[in-house]
Design a protein around this ligand. Structure first.
Ligand code: TIU
Length: 215
């Protein structure tokens, strides 16, 4: 890994997916399944902050007029509350509402970038590509929720755009443990067809160990 060109991207660590009364719960999911990702993401934040490496947070959040939420997205599933409906944490998946706030343990600080995204992938409908180019980033360390939905979609978008991607195993979770395991397996199958996966310990060791540059 070229640590000088690496950034951490935390996907959608927001109340809507991780706390009761949000979008994840309204879809019928047990949100406690995602709690381990909070600990993992907080540990990655500590690591990247200590090394002064770039950090990007995303939130799945739509404009209040829902102009960026197509019916094909809003009509998915059979939720108690749909995107844009008023819930206990404000309107579901709408920018600026309580539900789209990042959980306190992973709260962005100082100059960390926060991007609201209308899709599952973090490149679609955002300035992520331009931001990564501006910072000369080539390697993405990816974590967040949920593994097989927004995390995997982002990783595949990034892979198609030429980024080297690594998904951190204990810093991502799914409402369905078998989907998390399947996602990790399909990403690293065929000699890492989409990217690598690694434990937090290995990421810490890799970034904290000075390495000889190859060129
Ligand atoms: N439902 C589900 O698993 N995930 C989402 O709707 N969005 C994200 O993964 N962020």
């Amino acid at each position: 890994m070229d640590a000088e060109r690496a950034a951490l991207i935390l996907i959608d660590m927001q109340r809507d997916f991780l706390e009761a009364d949000g979008f994840g719960a309204s879809l019928g999911n047990d949100v406690t399944m995602l709690r381990p990702a909070i600990i993992g993401c907080a540990r990655l934040l500590t690591l990247f902050r200590s090394l002064h490496m770039p950090i990007i947070h995303t939130r799945e959040a739509h404009r209040p007029d829902l102009g960026d939420c197509p019916p094909a997205k809003r009509s998915r599933g059979d939720p108690i509350l749909r995107i844009g409906d008023a819930g206990p944490m404000g309107r579901i998946l709408i920018s600026g509402e309580l539900g789209t706030e990042i959980v306190p343990e992973c709260c962005p600080i100082s100059d960390e970038i926060v991007l609201d995204k209308p899709g599952k992938g973090a490149f679609f409908g955002t300035k992520l590509g331009e931001i990564l180019t501006a910072f000369d980033i080539s390697h993405l360390i990816i974590a967040g929720v949920t593994t097989e939905v927004c995390v995997q979609t982002t990783m595949r978008e990034a892979n198609d755009r030429g980024y080297e991607c690594l998904l951190v195993e204990e810093a991502t979770e799914s409402y369905f443990p078998e989907f998390k395991q399947a996602t990790l397996a399909m990403i690293r199958a065929q000699n890492a067809i989409v990217g690598w996966t690694a434990s937090i310990k290995d990421v810490e060791r890799a970034l904290q160990t000075p390495c000889r540059r190859l060129s």
